[in-house]
Design a protein around this ligand. Structure first.
Ligand code: ADP
Length: 442
């Protein structure tokens, strides 16, 4: 580059010298220099115009305008820059095309939106699964196209740890699992997975369990009935027979409890058991359950203490809540040795309403806690013969709380007792019904 500049400088000096000599020869050095300057200016103007024309549309020709000297170097250097830019643009375009081709080949729908949900890009599967249209939907808010309140809540909540299951807005027979990730400037990458097959299998499993439970109920009722009659008249029977009849009656009762729980769980899972959002008096519910728990404790004489806060009305299904609360309270009795303490506390705070059941029982090892709400999961399988539980209690609790937008917290250490806390959201707290409020003044 330094070499070029020296060369250009020499050419300019040579040109000025030649103009001066020509002027001197014609009689005036000044006129010679002025003529040279005018010629140089004219040439510069012509080159500037050519440069302007080329810059206006550099793609019109593959070659840069040809020139000499400084202008020639300038054109060559600009041409090289332009070629380099074209090459990197082509490379980038190829990469973008490949990314788009691969995302288009995906069976999952992929959608990109900005922070407000305006649709920026989506692949072909998203068009098929969600019914988006390329021509009209670009820039549309996604909530106009997926009109599901649960999707709106999920999108706005910004808590995307768990996926969301919805029906496709365009094809209701398709079940989708939606997973959102945040990227860039609070933008969203939404992936919609077709889980119809999985959903149908899950449905089949639920139907099967529910049908089997219903089918077993009638024969079992007959067997229990006969067993009851036989045990009532077993006084004259040999002791061996009496023992056998009692054991059979006990096992029949267990089976009945199991079937009742299975049917309830199937209803809770399928949503067949709708939440009847009535105002429920939790105080009455807890007090009744505690008196049943005292009866269950019997000679074990557990100390059952209750503390019920002033806001003890909730919107919820009384039957379902009774099931959930009694399962937790009865478990505390079953898994606490005789004479132990069980503390039941109902309280409300800014988070919502909570039922905490704390016992001084055997406790649970940490490894079991995440799996306790699975059906038939037992922390200590050897113990369930003694306690006589169905193994479905905590699964029922979990589903009841899910139906009430709540969740279950379990804190425990082996040998130090356990605490089960049912959390219900603030929106579930209700004011006392009018007739109850009047009752206070009666
Ligand atoms: P089960 O009918 O066996 O009690 P649940 O679903 O109610 O079934 O409980 C699942 C398991 O959780 C129990 O088998 C037991 O191991 C454990 N568990 C539940 N509650 C308690 C508690 N209060 N203390 C200790 N272990 C408990």
């Amino acid at each position: 580059m330094q070499h070029n500049w020296t060369r250009h400088f020499r050419i300019i000096i040579g040109f000025v010298f030649a103009c001066a000599v020509a002027g001197w020869w014609l009689g005036s050095v000044l006129i010679g220099l002025c003529t040279g300057l005018a010629l140089y200016l004219a040439w510069t103007l012509v080159q500037t115009r050519r440069l302007h024309q080329w810059l206006a549309d550099p793609d019109a020709s593959d070659e840069a305008p040809g020139s000499v000297g400084l202008w020639g170097d300038l054109f060559d250097s600009l041409h090289r820059q332009h070629q380099k830019h074209l090459r990197s643009r082509d490379l980038l375009q190829t990469r973008i095309n490949r990314v788009q081709e691969s995302t288009n080949a995906m069976r999952d729908g992929v959608i990109m939106t900005n922070a407000d949900g305006a649709m920026e890009w989506w692949n072909w599967s998203a068009e098929y699964l969600l019914g988006f249209r390329r021509e009209t939907d670009r820039g549309q808010p996604i909530h106009n196209l997926i009109r599901s309140p649960s999707f709106k809540r999920y999108f706005d909540a910004r808590d995307y740890r768990e996926p969301l299951d919805i029906r496709s807005p365009a094809k209701p027979h398709i079940h989708l699992q939606i997973q959102i990730s945040l990227f860039g400037d609070d933008d969203r990458l939404i992936v919609a997975k077709d889980i119809t097959r999985l959903f149908q299998l899950e449905q089949m499993r639920r139907d099967f369990v529910s049908n089997v439970s219903h089918e077993m109920r009638t024969p079992l009722t007959v067997i229990s009935g006969y067993l009851e009659t036989l045990t009532d008249n077993a006084d004259d029977a040999p002791p061996r027979w009496q023992k056998a009849l009692n054991t059979m009656a006990q096992q029949a009762d267990r089976m009945e409890a199991l079937i009742t729980d299975l049917i309830l769980l199937a209803k809770l899972e399928t949503g067949e058991q709708q939440v009847n959002d009535n105002v429920t008096n939790v105080r009455t519910l807890i007090e009744q359950t505690c008196s049943d728990a005292r009866a269950l404790s019997g000679e074990a004489e557990h100390q059952i203490e209750t503390e019920i806060g002033p806001r003890h009305f909730v919107f919820g299904d009384e039957g379902q809540l009774r099931s959930a609360f009694s399962n937790i309270i009865f478990n505390a009795v079953k898994y606490t040795p005789a004479g132990g303490t069980i503390r039941i506390r109902w309280y409300t705070d800014k988070e919502g309403a909570h039922l905490a059941v704390k016992d001084s029982g055997i406790g649970i090892d940490m490894v079991h806690i995440p799996r306790l709400t699975e059906r038939f999961y037992r922390a200590d399988p050897s113990r369930h013969q003694q306690t006589g539980g169905t193994g479905l209690g905590l699964a029922i609790v979990k589903h009841v709380l899910l139906n009430h937008d709540g969740n279950l917290e379990i804190n425990s250490n082996p040998g130090e007792g356990s605490e089960f806390i049912c959390h219900l959201p603030r929106a579930r707290i209700a004011e006392a019904p009018i007739e109850t409020a009047q009752g206070i003044f009666d």
